[in-house]
Design a protein around this ligand. Structure first.
Ligand SMILES: Cc1cc2nc3c(=O)[nH]c(=O)nc-3n(C[C@H](O)[C@H](O)[C@H](O)COP(=O)(O)OP(=O)(O)OC[C@H]3O[C@@H](n4cnc5c(N)ncnc54)[C@H](O)[C@@H]3O)c2cc1C
Length: 456
């Protein structure tokens, strides 16, 4: 059968891009990328541009969708480790993953990424252990929101020389037998076929991908959801960690419930941002390498991991419902509350927020997180903040700001044989959208792995 293309990649995030890069560098196969969002240069979030105060739910969320994917506006922390960042080590030998992560890093460096690497510190790990806090160790690079974007811009321009890239093109269906892709471009359906098809749809495309899997009878496994808040405090509080290792990633097991709560996604002298995850507003953080864009505050995610058992099968919907409640209470925005007010059972109102010694970097609605966050997760978060206060005094201050809801839900994972989707020969599942990864480095490594597989 004659196909229009040898390889079609659905999604122009880092996973899809690395896959396209590798194939186009090594062969002259005809490759096409379909991306539902815009070109990277056109991705402009009206909140980040300070045109609006709250999310106006653009048709395509500029933060999550478009060329370079969810990573485009990310802080660009590139983790060179298999300790965290996804579940690839369950499927691929850790040494091979490290080799792929480093190969992807070489590609990024070729297009301008920094060479600076932060190394783990045993001294800080020991300090954490004294208080039953468990710090994950990794070499890490900070690409920076601004530099990361420029690097991705150059990488995409290079890929475009040999690969067809169609933006504003949403793949709405794929025929698993004929390998025909139904693509909506400028409101019209267009059809393309390809010998090999790679689904690299990211978290934003996970609902589409799961329903496609269900429709095609492919069995899926649900993974965990993480629910919690974004914590913002004066940068000085965590300076002794961030100046040495850049990003502290610490796990605490709550005494009360035995739940795992993770501190991660640390943004040194950064800003809290709002993002639209598939119609629901959640929070996240950024930090820039450019010194002029640094703030007085650092922020990090503090999320409790929930793993549900039978008969419950909708962990993502659960997390979305919790986040939707905060959207409802804040009149279509996200909430911010001082830790002291939360512990005292008081709502943070405008007046109390104005009195806060920590100045918020995001214009969120002052409110009461206990009205939307389930008690169990809220207890876990408060307990963890007090545990963290022992290694970074000031973390559990009255004026520590908590923004909610932040949630990370990981896509359901389809059954595959070495990432080739069961009963769908020539179709591959890649990256965050397929529940294999949850970081730039593992998604990038996964893209290279699947390229190698296709080429072999
Ligand atoms: C604000 C933010 C900050 C982050 N910071 C970091 C960080 O510092 N370090 C880190 O390691 N990770 C970070 N992450 C996570 C990281 O960005 C992701 O793990 C990574 O981007 C996953 O890559 P991916 O290629 O699998 O998916 P994505 O990057 O999400 O790309 C998927 C692409 O597919 C497109 N798409 C989806 N469905 C369709 C469809 N049907 N048709 C066509 N196109 C489609 C989407 O628009 C998207 O552009 C951050 C994420 C966010 C949102």
């Amino acid at each position: 059968m004659a196909f229009d293309y040898d390889i079609a990649i659905v999604g122009g995030g880092i996973g899809g891009l690395m896959c396209a890069y590798e194939i186009s560098e090594k062969t002259d196969k005809k490759v096409i990328i379909f991306e539902k969002g815009s070109e990277l240069s056109k991705r402009k979030c009206p909140i980040v541009e300070k045109k609006v105060d709250k999310c106006i739910k653009c048709r395509n969320c500029a933060i999550m969708e478009g060329m370079a994917g969810a990573g485009a506006f990310s802080d660009g922390k590139y983790v060179i480790s298999t300790e965290y960042g996804g579940w690839l080590p369950e499927f691929v030998e850790p040494d091979r993953i490290i080799e792929l992560i480093e190969r992807a890093d070489d590609v990024l460096v070729r297009f301008g990424a920094t060479n600076e690497v932060y190394t783990p510190s045993d001294e800080l790990k020991k300090l954490c252990l004294e208080y039953d806090l468990h710090m994950l160790q990794a070499k890490i690079k900070h690409l920076g929101t601004d530099s990361n974007r420029e690097t991705m811009m150059r990488l995409i321009d290079h890929i475009r020389e040999r690969v067809m890239i169609m933006t504003d093109s949403e793949v709405v269906d794929v025929d698993s037998k004929t390998h025909t892709l139904d693509v909506v471009h400028n409101g019209l359906h267009e059809y393309f076929s390809a010998d090999k098809i790679v689904f690299a749809v990211g978290r934003v495309g996970s609902r589409f991908f799961s329903s496609w899997c269900r429709k095609n009878g492919i069995k899926m496994e649900n993974s965990q959801v993480d629910i919690g808040v974004r914590v913002e405090l004066p940068a000085l509080v965590w300076d002794h960690f961030s100046s040495k290792i850049y990003e502290p990633k610490i796990i605490y097991c709550s005494k009360r419930y035995g739940d795992k709560t993770r501190m991660f996604c640390f943004n040194e002298r950064g800003s809290v941002v709002m993002e639209n995850t598939d119609g629901v507003l959640t929070v996240n953080g950024h930090s820039y390498r450019d010194k002029s864009r640094k703030t007085e505050n650092s922020n990090f995610a503090l999320l409790t991991t929930m793993k549900f058992t039978e008969p419950f099968q909708a962990p993502i919907e659960y997390a979305r419902s919790v986040a939707s409640l905060s959207n409802m209470l804040s009149g279509g925005s996200v909430l911010v509350q001082r830790l002291g007010d939360l512990e005292a059972g008081k709502r943070t109102n405008e007046k109390r927020l104005l009195a806060s010694t920590t100045r918020p970097t995001l214009k969120a609605v002052p409110g009461d997180l206990s009205l939307c966050m389930p008690k169990r997760q809220l207890d876990d978060i408060i307990e963890t903040l007090h545990a963290l206060d022992k290694i970074a005094p000031g973390t559990a201050n009255y004026n520590t700001l908590l923004y909610g809801i932040e949630c990370k839900y990981y896509s359901a994972r389809p059954r595959t044989v070495d990432f080739e989707i069961e009963n769908c020969p020539g179709m591959y599942a890649l990256g965050d959208g397929a529940g294999f990864t949850r970081s730039l480095s593992q998604a990038a490594a996964h893209g290279l792995y699947i390229a190698d597989k296709i080429l072999s």
